[in-house]
Write a protein that binds this ligand. Sequence first.
Ligand code: C2E
Ligand code: CA
Ligand code: CA
Length: 755
Amino acid sequence: MYIRGWLTGLIVFLLAPSLLFASLWFYNKFENVSAIDRSLSGLSLVQALGPLIQEKAISGEISHAPPQLRQELSEFGGIDRSDYLNGLLVNFIEEEDVSKSLRKGRDLAIAIAQMGQLTTSGTYEGSKLPHLLNDMLLSVVIESTKMAENARKLSKRPVINVWDKMSIPVQGGQFKVAADGASRETSRNFGLLNGPQAEKLRQKAEQYRKANVEFQSNGAKLLSTTIKASTGKDITTEPVIAAHPMLVQATFMLWQGVLDYMNEDLQQQRTETVFAVSLAGIVGAIVILGAFGIAIALSRALADRTQREFEDLGFHDPMTGLPNRRALLRAIRKLPETSAEDKVGLIVFDLRQFKKINNQHGDRNGDSILRSVADQLATLAEPEDFLSRTSGSEFVLLRSNLKENEDFEQAAREIIEAISNERTVGELKVALEANAGLYIKQPGSPVTESMLIDATLALRSAKQKGPRQNDTFAPEMRTIFEKHNETAHELLDAIDAGNIVPWFQPQIDINTGTIIGAEALVRWIDKGNIRYPGSFLPAAEDAGYMELIEQIVRQQALALAADLTKRKKGQIHLGLNVSADLLGNREAADALHDNILKMGLKPSDFSLEILEAVMIDETASIPIKENIARLSELGFFIELDDFGTGHSSISSLRDLHVDRVKIDRSFISGVDKNPDLQKFTSALINLAKSLDISVLAEGVETAGEFNWLRRNGCDVVQGFLISKAIPVEQLMDMILQQDRQSAGHERELYQAMEA
Ligand code: C2E
Ligand code: CA
Ligand code: CA
C-alpha cells in the first residue's frame, strides 16, 4: 500500500514539470482564444461602422445609426475607454462637415482595431490588413469625398483665385497618395494571401484599381480645367463627382472583402487554436491517465514482488539463511505426485543439551554455533537435498530421490559423527553431540506432512538411546507417543490428587545389617493399583513433568527425614534420584538446600543419586560437574547410580566428588554363580575402593549374592532380599523396630543368611 503511494508520488513528481508547462501552454492558448474573440468583436464593430461611413461619404449624412452600436462600443471599450469610443462615434455621426466626420469615423475604426489588437491576432500574412482596412481604404474614401466636395464647391464660385487653383492639386495629391498607397498595398499583400477568400479579394482589388483609375482620369480633367478656369463654370466637375460614388462603392467592396478575409482568418485561427487546445487536452489526459495506469501497473507489480519477497522471508530462517519449517512443509507439499512411487527420506538432526549451551555461553554464541552447524550440514548434504532449520537446534534434510535405505542411514550416521565434535566458534570451544531421527517413505505410500512428525518421533527414540544415536521411524513409536500423551494427561490429575508419592527401599550395612539409608522411589497410586516409574516416567520426561514429580518426592523425603530426626538418633541417608535438569539448574539445587536448612535438617542426611550416564555425559559435563562439586561442598552425599553401565574412568570418579557408587543390578544378579561376572564386579568394587569410595550393591535378591558381596568388600546392599520399596509408614516402623531389637537379633539374621 505504501509502495503504491510512493510510486504514484514519484510519477506525479516526474510529471509535475510537464504538467506545469502544459498548464502554461494551455493558459497561453486560452489567452490566444480570448484575444481572438476580442479581435472578432472589434471586427464586428468595424463592420457596423462601414455602411455608416459609406453612406456619409456618398450622401453626406447618416440616415439611421443602429441604436445598439453605442452599447456594443461601451462593452468593447470597457470602463476605461467606453467614453472615448462613444465620443468618437458621436462626433462621427453629428459632424456636419463630411470630411471631418469621415475622419472621426476613421479614427474610431482605427481605435477599435488597436484595442482589438487586430494586427497581432491574425496570421502573419494578414497582419497588414487592419492598416489597409481602417487607414488606407478609409483614407481613399475620405480624400476622394473631399475632392468631390471641393469640385462641387468650386463649380459654384463666380471667381476662381490662385488659392482655389492650388487647393485642387493639393487635395488631388493627398488623394493620390492614399489611393496609390492602397493600390500598392493590396497588390503587395494580397499576393501572400491564400484560400478562396484571397482570390475574391484579388478580384475586388482589381475592381477597386479600375475605379481608382477612372476617378483619377476624371480628377485629371478637374485639375487641368481648374488651373485654367476664371469662374466656377470653367471647371469640369461633373465626371469626378459622378465617378466618386463608384470609387467609394468599389473601395467599400474591397473594404468588405478585406474585413471578410480578416474575419475568416480569425475564425479559422480560433478554430485551430481551440482544436489544438482540445487535442492537447485529450493527448495530455491520455498521457496522464497512461502514466497513472503505468504507475498503477508498476506499483501493483512492485507490490506483488514485495509480497513475494515478504513471503520468501516467511520461508527463511534469517539466522542461518536456511529455509525454515514452513518452507520444508511447502517443499514436502510440492513434491510431485509421482513421488508416491519413489522413496522419500527425511532426517531430523538435533543437538543434545543445546539449551544448556545457549544458557551457558549466551544467545549470540549459541547463534554462531548453530550457524557453523548449518554451514557444515550444507556441505555434507547432497546437492538435491532440501536442507532446513526447523526450530532451535533442529535441522531437517529432505531427500526426494532416495535409492537405498542403507545408504540413507549411513549418510545420517556420517553426518552425526561429523557434527558431534569439539569445535571452535570464535573464541569459544564447545563439544557438540547430535542425534538423528529418520523417516523413509516406501514406494506406494503417500507423501504427507506427517512424515516430519514421524521423523521427529524417531529422533525422540534416538535421543533416549543416548548421544550420537540415530533411529528410523517405526509405527510403534507413534503408539508410544500417543500413549505417553495420554499418560502425561492422567499424570497431571494424579499429581493434583496427591496420588504421586515416594516409597522407600531400605539400604543396610552389609556387615552389621543396620538400616543406614533408604532410596526414595516414586509410585503412582492408581485406584488402589501401584504403578511403577517405568510405566510413567518416560511420559513425564516427554511432557516435562519430571521436576514436578521430583519436587513431590523430595518434599516428602524431607518430611520423612524431619520425622526420623525427631524419633531416632542414628543417621539415615535418604537417597534422592536427581535428574540432569536439577543438576543443570543452580536455582533448583539452591532451593533444595534452603528447604533442608529451613526444616532444621542437614544436607548430609541426603544422598543425591546421579546416573553414571548423566555424570559422565561429555556435553553436559561442565555445568553439571560444577554443580555436583557445589552440592558436595554443601554437604550432600553424592552417589553414582547404575555404576558400571556408563564406563566411568578413575579420573572422572575422582573429579566428581563421588562418595558412593551404586553397582548396577546387572553386575549383581547371579554374581555368586558366574565367575566371568565376578571378574567385572570385583573390578568395579576395587576401582571404587582404590579411590576410597563406598560401594553399594543394587538389586540384591539372594543370600548367595549377599554373601559374595560381603566377601568381596561391598559396604551396603539394597534389594528385594532386604525389602522392596515400601510406603513411608512401613519404613518408619521398620526403623523403629530395628532400634528396639538387640544386636543379638541382628546376629541371628546374619547367621540365617550365611547358612
Ligand atoms: P533406580 O534408581 O536404579 O532404582 C532402583 C530400581 O530397582 C527401582 O525400580 C527398584 O524398585 C528396583 N529394585 C530394587 N531392588 C531390586 C531387586 O532386588 N530386584 C529387582 N528386580 N529390582 C529391584 P523402580 O522403583 O521401578 O524405579 C525405576 C527407576 O525409576 C529407578 O531406577 C530410577 O532411575 C527411577 N526413579 C524412581 N523414582 C525416581 C525419582 O523420584 N526421580 C528420578 N529421577 N528417578 C526416579
Ligand atoms: Ca537410584
Ligand atoms: Ca540404579
